[in-house]
Design a protein around this ligand. Structure first.
Ligand code: NAD
Ligand code: MG
Length: 394
């Protein structure tokens, strides 16, 4: 029986993780669940799964959660600091990081230092501080088990290949809802367009990242650190059906792919059950229903975020941290109708030129870079000229 701490249990990955746990009560137990501010859902989850700890990040909601669970043997805590502290609890075996954004970094570092294996959904952790985090994982002998479907695919392709060199990996991308569209078209899209992903239902931030191809950019950086690759060993190919989840090419030219219907529960389950596979009743893939699997080159001129992410990876240091923070602010502004779709790339690019570069950052440098970039990007957005999409009622 593995005790699982789910950071972000009320989100898309978090709720699907609880479904996996529910289907396998003899293998996994939800030991700790945390959410940002959705007290209602967190309470429902606590009543159903009876975890040892429930943490609500938003301290204003503490009384509501505490009161609702007062008749149950559950410890209720509040605040981000409580999450950072409690991930080190001796009874936790795996910490599944399903919170969104930079907030995932510090709890993950604390969990690694306490010797916990990490089931990593929060890709931003490796984007921001991949070298630091993977170094700590090695030092503390903990596994970082990928939950992101592409990285899980590569991880599965690498099973049994520990002594064989990777020539390159091929990350597949669905292309998102705007695949094939022009810059002119993208200048007019709204948050409602961008929130409709063709193949996956996910949280708002990653859905926008998927539409702008920034998600693939973040995944390129995530892959670099998970699998110890150079930037030129990572290819991206658009595969609109999302059936091949990614591929590995070895030195003899042989390519292995991991395939299946798009369903995040499979990579979540594999991360929790690794190295074993567990029988389930997820819908099976049938080749006859997909006679045409297709592939195309990503359009880096229209979807500039992917190019910027590669650039950040090549420039190393705190540059990916700058890109991540600028992107978080840009996406939040786009979701709030404060900025246009294409402006997001401009914001990120400007931050990359204006924020101080640090060649060998330490944890404190990442925290400062993140803070500084957020403030800079927010001011940038305030100063941007009014455009048609700004005519929303405020
Ligand atoms: P989501 O928005 O649906 O859920 C986020 C969760 O994190 C919620 O429980 C929320 O309460 C919590 N949270 C948000 N901000 C927080 C903060 N500042 N402090 C503490 N908790 C906070 O997001 P999601 O789609 O589940 O994605 C979660 C992570 O997994 C992201 O890093 C994303 O890139 C990654 N991921 C998601 C998918 C997917 O299919 N949804 C696939 C691959 C990777
Ligand atoms: Mg992914």
């Amino acid at each position: 029986m593995k005790n699982i701490a789910i950071l972000g249990s009320t989100g898309s990955i978090g709720t699907q993780t609880l479904e996996v746990i529910k289907d396998n009560p003899s293998l996994f137990r939800a030991f700790m669940i945390t959410g940002h501010s959705n007290a209602y859902l967190l309470i429902q989850q606590a009543m159903e799964f009876l975890p040892e700890y429930v943490i609500i990040c938003d301290e204003a909601k503490y009384a509501e959660v505490k009161e609702a669970l007062s008749h149950l043997p559950i410890n209720v805590l509040a605040g981000y600091q409580a999450i950072k502290d409690m991930v080190t609890h001796p009874e936790i075996h795996i910490v599944l990081t399903a919170m969104v954004g930079f907030a995932g970094l510090e709890p993950t570092i604390n969990a690694i230092k306490a010797g916990k294996d990490i089931a990593l959904a929060n890709k931003e952790t490796l984007v921001v501080a991949g070298e630091l985090v993977t170094g700590l994982a090695k030092q503390h002998n903990v596994k970082i088990l990928p939950v992101d479907s592409e990285h899980s695919a590569i991880f599965q392709c690498l099973a049994g290949e520990e002594h064989n060199k990777i020539e390159k990996i091929i990350l597949t991308a669905s292309g998102g809802p705007f695949r094939g569209k022009t810059t002119d078209f993208l200048s007019t899209v709204t948050r409602e367009h961008a929130l409709k992903h063709p193949n996956w239902v996910m949280g708002a931030k990653i859905t926008i990242d998927s539409a702008s191809l920034m998600n693939k950019g973040l995944e390129v950086i995530e892959a670099k650190w998970l699998f110890g690759l150079e930037a030129d060993q990572i290819d991206v190919i658009v595969h609109p059906q999302s059936i091949i989840h990614s591929m590995v090419q070895f030195e003899d030219g042989s390519i292995k792919a991991q395939m299946g219907l798009p369903d995040m529960k499979l990579p979540i389950q594999y991360a929790l059950s690794y190295p074993n596979r567990v029988k389930n009743n997820f819908k099976r893939f049938d080749f006859v229903n997909y006679p045409n699997l297709s592939f195309e080159k990503p359009d880096l001129d229209t979807f500039r975020n992917l190019k910027l992410a590669f650039e950040a990876l090549n420039r190393k240091g705190n540059m990916p941290c700058i890109v991540n923070a600028a992107n978080e602010i840009a996406v939040a502004a786009f979701l709030n109708n404060d900025t246009g779709f294409l402006d997001m790339s401009d914001i990120i690019e400007t931050c990359m030129t204006k924020i101080g570069y640090i060649e060998q950052p330490k944890l404190g440098d990442y925290l400062n870079t993140d803070k500084e970039t957020r403030i800079f990007a927010q001011n940038l957005i305030k100063q941007m000229p009014l455009k048609a999409y700004d005519l929303k009622e405020k």
